[in-house]
Write a protein that binds this ligand. Structure first.
Ligand code: GRF
Length: 211
């Protein structure tokens, strides 16, 4: 897939979220301000009906859907999400605070077509509350990672990482806030790279091709 030629079909994003949605809003802002040419949001899907990110998508007039996951078998829920993504002709799935593990069957339907953002420098501090983990551990460098999703938690090939120092004046909250600002840059950067198509994946390594 390459969007470097103007006649190329746009890359259609499917955003999955569960909460606040600040990464989704940052992506939408990058599209609106021309920082992601050839990229559009095809649909925003929330698994929680009162997710603020879903309300924002609705207010922006973007196609959106709520598919409540609570109480459903993972495979059944994921089948509904995959159907919705396909119905909207999604090329690239972006997890943006989607607090739900994906079933292997779902991941297999979008090989190297699902991105996730995680608020640590993976492989350090996978899982929940990564910023608090880094702070409590006494890490001197923190940051965020955008990676392709595979069957393991916070694990697939890394596309972009951004690092920041942990300041003596930081607490866990201020560190999380500064990491979040980096996340908003990193997700746009990663989407632009993937949408360009100018890369290959060698084993675990995402390698940019010279275009
Ligand atoms: C972010 O910190 C992201 O890295 C993590 O979940 C949080 C979502 O925040 N996966 P938001 O909903 O995008 O504001």
């Amino acid at each position: 897939m390459s969007n470097s030629q103007p006649d190329r079909a746009p890359t259609r994003l499917g955003i999955l979220l569960s909460g606040r949605g600040s990464n989704f809003l940052a992506i939408a802002d990058s599209i609106r301000t021309g920082r992601l040419p050839g990229v559009e949001i095809a649909v925003v899907i929330a698994n929680v009906s009162d997710a603020p990110g879903l309300a924002a998508a609705r207010a922006m007039g973007l196609p959106h859907a709520v598919l409540v996951s609570k109480g459903r078998r993972r495979e059944d829920h994921d089948a509904g999400v995959a159907a919705c993504l396909k119905q909207h002709n999604v090329d690239l799935v972006c997890l943006a605070g989607y607090m739900r593990l994906l079933s292997p069957g779902f991941v297999a339907q979008f090989p190297h077509r699902i991105l996730n953002i995680h608020p640590s420098l993976l492989p350090a501090f996978p899982g929940l509350e990564a910023q608090e983990q880094a702070f409590a551990y006494g890490a001197k460098i923190a940051g965020c990672t955008v990676h392709f999703v595979d069957d393991e938690l916070d694990h697939g090939p890394i596309v972009v990482q951004r690092a920041i120092p942990v300041l003596a004046s930081d607490d866990a909250h201020s560190l999380a806030q500064r990491i979040l600002a980096e996340e908003h840059q990193a997700y746009t950067e990663a989407i632009a790279l993937v949408a360009s198509g100018a890369y290959e994946i060698r084993g675990r390594r995402y390698v940019k091709r010279n275009s």
